[in-house]
Design a protein around this ligand. Structure first.
Ligand SMILES: *Cc1c(COP(=O)(O)O)cnc(C)c1O
Length: 227
């Protein structure tokens, strides 16, 4: 846990270096600290070191942490698989959802967002690896879903997210990041006001930043390996 400030600083340096190498400003890339399975004390340590955005995959794991850290100015991002019976809690407790890939879930999240809350910020997950297990919609189905989601009042469609196949080559992964950027541009060209590319994890953040990532989701390089 004592290493968290140093690890965070190192990740921030990597982001800044990757941005500079690609003619981008460091503040064009936001660091989302992926704290799934990690205890409250480690999230607090990261918060003391200046981290404000945290990503969680499992609702049951996240809710107690949110309660414990309710006094802190944390922005919570849900990055896990969405289950229909969890959409109410996801919609109420999180500011962002990154893994949306079904209209049915979108409709539920929109309806269940409290009228007093600002719209839930949404990234659609796109499956570029062809691995069925990974979730995400196909690039072919993306424009239809994006149009539908953009019209839901409780949601604000912000961008796209992808999870590359960890077994594929670095070059293949990078080409998937480039592909996601291309898909975002195509949607922007149809008039959708989207601005976010959620891509890049501990092992590939440099490639993701090179291809235009605006949010990188980093877990193990901040908190250490998950057990
Ligand atoms: C766990 C996870 C991450 C972080 O992965 P690391 O390799 O630990 O940085 C990012 N995105 C999603 C969707 C995850 O589930």
């Amino acid at each position: 846990m004592n290493e968290i400030p140093e690890r965070l600083a190192r990740v921030r340096q990597r982001i800044a270096a990757a941005a500079a190498a690609n003619g981008r400003e460091p503040d064009e890339v936001t660091l989302l600290a992926v704290s799934k399975t990690k205890p409250v004390a480690e999230l607090s340590a990261a918060h003391r070191a200046g981290q404000r955005l945290f990503g969680e995959n499992y609702l049951q794991d996240a809710l107690p942490k949110m309660r414990a850290l309710a006094d802190l100015d944390i922005e919570w991002h849900f990055i896990g698989r969405i289950q229909s019976n969890k959409t109410a809690d996801i919609s109420r407790h999180f500011t962002w959802v990154h893994g949306l890939d079904r209209l049915k879930h979108a409709q539920r999240l929109s309806t269940q967002r409290a009228a007093t809350q600002p719209p839930l910020q949404i990234c659609l997950q796109v499956n570029l690896s062809g691995q069925a297990s990974k979730g995400g919609i196909t690039p072919e189905a993306l424009p239809g879903l994006a149009t539908e989601v953009s019209m839901l009042p409780g949601l604000r469609l912000r961008g796209l997210m992808t999870l590359p196949n960890p077994d594929s080559s670095r070059q293949t992964q990078r080409s998937m990041f480039a592909r996601l950027r291309g898909l975002l541009h195509e949607l922007q060209d149809t008039g959708l006001a989207m601005d976010t590319l959620s891509m890049g994890m501990s092992a590939d953040l440099e490639d993701a930043v090179a291809e235009g990532a605006t949010i990188v989701r980093i877990g193990s390089d901040i908190f250490g390996p998950r057990t």
